[in-house]
Design a protein around this ligand. Structure first.
Ligand code: FES
Length: 171
C-alpha cells in the first residue's frame, strides 16, 4: 500500500516537473519574442530602389526607416547637374536626400519648372542637389547612407560612393 502511494507520488512529482519545465520554456519563448525586433522593423532597415525607371526631374518619394526619401534623376539642363552631391551611375545623375527640411522638419515641395524645392513652413529653398538656396534651413538636405548595386540603390548601407562623399564632407 505504502509502495503504491510512493509510486503515485513519484508519478505526480514527475508530471509537475514536466509542467514546470514546459511553462518555463514557454515563458522564455514569450520573452524572446518580446525582445526580438518585429519582422517589419528588420525589413525597414534597408530599402532597395530601382532607378532604371526614373524619369528626368520627376521626384519620387520613398519611405526608409519611417522617413520620406526623395529620389530624382537630374537632367543635363538642370543647374545642379554637375554638383558633387549627386550620385553618378554611368552617364546619369541622381539626387537622393531625406525629404525633411533641415530647419524644422517640414516636407519641401519640388517645382520642376524652377528646379528647386520650397519648404511650405518658412519658405526655405533648396536646389536639385539639396543645397540651401534660401534660409532659414541651416544646412543641405541630408543624404542617407546608400549603396549602388547596378541600377539599384540600397538605402541604409554605406557603399563606396557614400563613403567617398562622407570623406569629402558632402553628406
Ligand atoms: S521647416 Fe522648412 S523652412 Fe522652416
Amino acid at each position: 500500500m505504502a509502495e503504491e502511494k510512493n509510486g503515485r507520488r513519484d508519478f505526480f512529482g514527475a508530471m509537475l516537473g514536466t509542467w514546470a519545465a514546459i511553462g518555463g520554456l514557454g515563458a522564455l519563448y514569450a520573452a524572446k519574442r518580446t525582445w526580438d525586433p518585429l519582422p517589419s522593423v528588420k525589413a525597414a532597415g534597408f530599402t532597395t530602389i530601382d532607378l532604371s525607371d526614373c524619369g528626368e526631374d520627376e521626384l519620387r518619394t520613398e519611405m526608409w526607416r519611417g522617413k520620406p526619401v526623395f529620389v530624382m534623376k537630374v537632367g543635363k539642363n538642370n543647374p545642379s547637374y554637375d554638383d558633387k552631391r549627386l550620385i553618378r551611375i554611368g552617364e546619369e545623375r541622381f539626387f537622393i536626400a531625406v525629404g525633411l527640411c533641415t530647419h524644422l522638419g517640414c516636407i519641401p515641395t519640388y517645382f520642376p519648372d524652377k528646379k528647386k524645392f520650397v519648404c511650405p513652413c518658412h519658405g526655405g529653398q533648396f536646389d536639385a542637389a539639396g543645397r540651401v538656396l534660401k534660409a532659414p534651413p541651416p544646412k543641405p538636405l541630408e543624404i542617407p547612407p546608400f549603396k549602388i548595386d547596378g541600377s539599384k540603390l540600397v538605402l541604409g548601407e554605406e557603399g563606396e560612393e557614400y563613403k567617398k562623399m562622407k570623406a569629402e564632407k558632402l553628406v
